[in-house]
Design a protein around this ligand. Structure first.
Ligand code: ADP
Ligand code: MG
Length: 349
């Protein structure tokens, strides 16, 4: 205990949100110090991370645009499961060392939030990767729990809290009480699927091919889940599928909303299913406590409204939903002595 405190002066405490889209690191006393895409550039057909293991995050994204062909981008957590252990390890190692390298002598203490759907083997892999990256102490916390902490919900109290965290690859829905997850569901429908729905709509309606980044931009600029006070339009550029030539069209927020209906519907179903599975006492608490949303997908206009309409519960969006989980992991680390053992699934070095 005393030794721990002394070590603390010479080492850093970091909370890591290992997301399907973005990885964030939050350091005690400093806030968010790293926010990069969960992307790794490898030589095609191999697990070899380019630039001696440095082609991670922004650097990987940048390299992609410039050197197509033999290089591919891998999002190792894309669907909320670890598709490639080695690449995940390289990524985690790079991020931990990037943050730790600039300061301290001893290895950091880290809390890593992992999707609630991942297997024991995958958890072990994350744990081992952090160990190899030089972490002195490692705790894993399930993403909905970290989101609840980050959003300031009373998750240790004997009352129900509900989180809907819409990320890039997965949406996590969980009801917790007394620092424990009572029911949860993780579905592979989230922000990426909104983009894909936009791509399909452009193909079907305009015979136009657009890239993922354009699709994401359309979603962010004019996308919505429920009618907007003032509907919007956007000029979109892409490639005509018949002539093969570049052209542009004007799309409206109404048609994009229509296109997003299916993935949005899947998320609503996951929310109502989870509510149906909750014990009556917990469900009753939610009448007062409502639902809290987090993750980048919760920024889709009107997504709170459609969930509110479908459930009859009050829906709020966390402050700064993109950093909610990362901030939650750091807070968890600050309170670790009090909370240790109350969380069932954490591991300790
Ligand atoms: P993860 O935790 O899986 O890494 P994030 O919580 O970082 O995911 O959210 C990433 C998703 O949020 C992406 O699909 C991105 O397009 C989406 N997103 C970010 N900002 C917005 C916005 N303003 N409106 C709609 N979607 C957004
Ligand atoms: Mg997330």
């Amino acid at each position: 205990m005393y030794l721990d405190r002394v070590l603390g002066w010479f080492s850093v405490d970091m909370g890591i949100d290992l997301g399907t889209c973005n990885t964030l690191v939050c350091v005690r006393g400093e806030g968010i110090v790293l926010n990069e895409p969960s992307v790794v550039a490898v030589r095609k057909g191999t697990n070899q991370v380019l630039n001696n293991g440095q082609a991670v995050g922004w650097m990987a994204k940048e390299m992609l645009g410039k050197t197509p062909g033999s290089i591919t981008a891998v999002r190792p957590l894309k669907d909320g499961v670890i598709s490639d252990f080695e690449i995940t390890e390289a990524m985690l190692k790079y991020f931990i060392q990037k943050v730790n390298g600039r300061t301290k002598i001893f290895g950091p203490r880290v809390v890593i939030s992992v999707p609630s759907g991942i297997t024991a083997v995958e958890k072990r892999a994350v744990f081992t990767s952090a160990e190899r990256a030089g972490a002195r102490q490692i705790y894993l916390v399930e993403e909905p729990v970290a989101a609840a902490i980050g959003a300031g919900l009373p998750f240790t109290e004997p009352t129900a809290s509900m989180i809907v965290d819409i990320g890039g690859g997965t949406t996590e829905v969980a009801i917790m009480s007394l620092a424990d997850i009572a029911v949860c569901e993780s579905i592979r429908v989230a922000g990426d699927d909104f983009d894909e729905a936009v791509i399909n709509h452009m193909k079907k309606t305009y015979n136009m091919m657009i890239g993922e980044q354009t699709a994401e931009r359309i979603k962010i600029e004019i996308g919505s889940a429920s009618p907007l006070g003032e509907e919007k339009t956007l000029e979109v550029r892409g490639r005509d599928m018949i002539s093969g030539l570049p052209r542009k069209v004007v799309v409206t927020s109404e048609e994009i909303r229509e296109a997003l209906q299916e993935p949005v519907g899947s998320i609503i179903e996951a929310v109502t299913r989870t509510l149906e599975r909750a014990e009556p006492e917990l469900a009753a608490d939610l009448v007062d406590n409502g639902i809290m949303m987090a993750g980048g997908g919760s920024l889709l206009r009107g997504i709170d409204v459609v969930i509110q309409n479908a459930t009859g519960l009050e829906v709020r969006i966390a402050d700064d939903p993109l950093t909610c989980v990362a901030r939650g992991t750091a807070t968890y680390l600050e309170n670790i002595e009090d909370w240790k053992g109350t969380l069932e699934n954490d591991m300790e070095a």
